[in-house]
Write a protein that binds this ligand. Sequence first.
Ligand code: NAD
Length: 493
Amino acid sequence: MKSYENLFIDGAWVAPVQRGTFESIDPSTEEVIAKVAAATAEDVDLAVRAARKAFDEGPWPRMTGAERAAVLRKIGAGIRDRIQELAKIEVRDNGKPLPEALWDLGDAAGCFEFYANLAEKLDENAETQVALSDDRFSSVARREPVGVAGAIIPWNFPMLMASWKVAPALAAGCTMVLKPSELTSLTVLELADIAVAAKLPAGVLNIVTGLGKDAGAPLSEHPDIDKLAFTGSVPTGSRIMQAAARDIKNVSLELGGKSPFIVFDDSDIDAAVEWIMFGIFWNQGEVCSATSRVLVQRGIYDRLLERLKEQTKKISIGNGLEDGVLLGPIVSKGQFEKVQEAVERGKTEGARLVTGGGRPAHLNKGFFMEPVVFVDVPEESWVWNEEIFGPVVCIRPFDDEGEAVRSANNSRFGLAAAVMSNDIPRCERVARALRAGIVWINCSQPTFTEAPWGGYKQSGIGRELGEWGLNNYLETKQITRYESAKPWGWYIK
Ligand code: NAD
């Protein structure tokens, strides 16, 4: 593999000031696949200065939306041109199955194309007339880029999470410093080359790889950052918010979840089983919106569990580069151990383990585990309430709609939720009663760039994607004009 030992600052590849590196490990083989540049506060400062200069003096915020859109479309095309190669890098870095990586990268390219369209529209809709109650004045509300954005992202969808932040920030006219997760830096570094080929001006996008405490913390604390956009865990989100509070930075947070899935007993069992599986086993369950708490109505509880067990045992586990694999390894040794500990904890808390938890017999290397189904999970247990972030589903029975909604809403999180029934009015009613930012009816997980994404309660602040994602990177200015050349008449009559 090529070298990833440099940072991307001010349009150039530069070695970190302290020349540090850390290792990136393939979770399928446990082999080191790359040495990656380890940024420290000095590098972050250089990157922020470059972004600041590009914002204050450079062409990017001053270009028309259509000009920025042309660059964004080239970035989207650049991802598509290299999609096979990038997907393979992402599989080696993260572990996910290749078809899922291809899917993510297609979505990442689509995200740049979507925000290119919105950048173009800004040429027409950046300013709107505001009707005032006093006709001696006129006023417009104008949307302008918020400035220099600092973006910090997790490891579960490396390029997609980068695109969810980079595409709208650039569309808005911001400049930025992006820090990927230390577990999955490689495709995000490739994005720098794609941006250079698309002729993105120097300093507009800077990428600093490194550890959270060494590179993420100085980025979140940097006084020259105007906006912080973070996706990751609740504890880190809280730290980011505290850093933002110090100098009142604009902040948006996409955090964790323990999302419920309510299945009523008039549902088709196979459809329910498939969406339950997709909701928690897709991407190894390392999905912020994973529907990891499932409430099944008692009438179909036993039949559904039987079918779920049978299908879960059939999931093919292995290296994501192999044909037919549907579940790859957990991303890292540390995360693997956390998930294993959670499974042990569930057992001691009285959850009944129906299947999974062990190492697949045919795999003796890599952070692989069989997907877990826990049933009859006590409502007050840790595994029912806390995010495990792995292929572990917790299931409970319920009797009526009121009980299901109450139990679903009984959480400090509120990212996503799902409901399944043949009774569509019931689904619509339950969807409106659920306290979550994303609710799926008769499915779980499909995600569209056009629709808002984000959480209630401790799952976050603000929304990404769609128009909402662009607004994250825009400030609103009012420009109010006094229409008369004569004195106002307060002091001078
Ligand atoms: P994490 O919070 O450990 O790390 C996220 C990022 O923050 C990484 O880049 C990390 O290096 C950085 N970081 C760590 N400490 C920091 C600090 N003190 N200051 C600044 N940055 C710091 O989360 P993770 O383990 O990478 O990702 C898993 C979490 O992300 C889960 O909780 C999951 O639910 C959440 N997530 C949420 C969404 C969403 O859209 N809501 C999407 C994906 C993941």
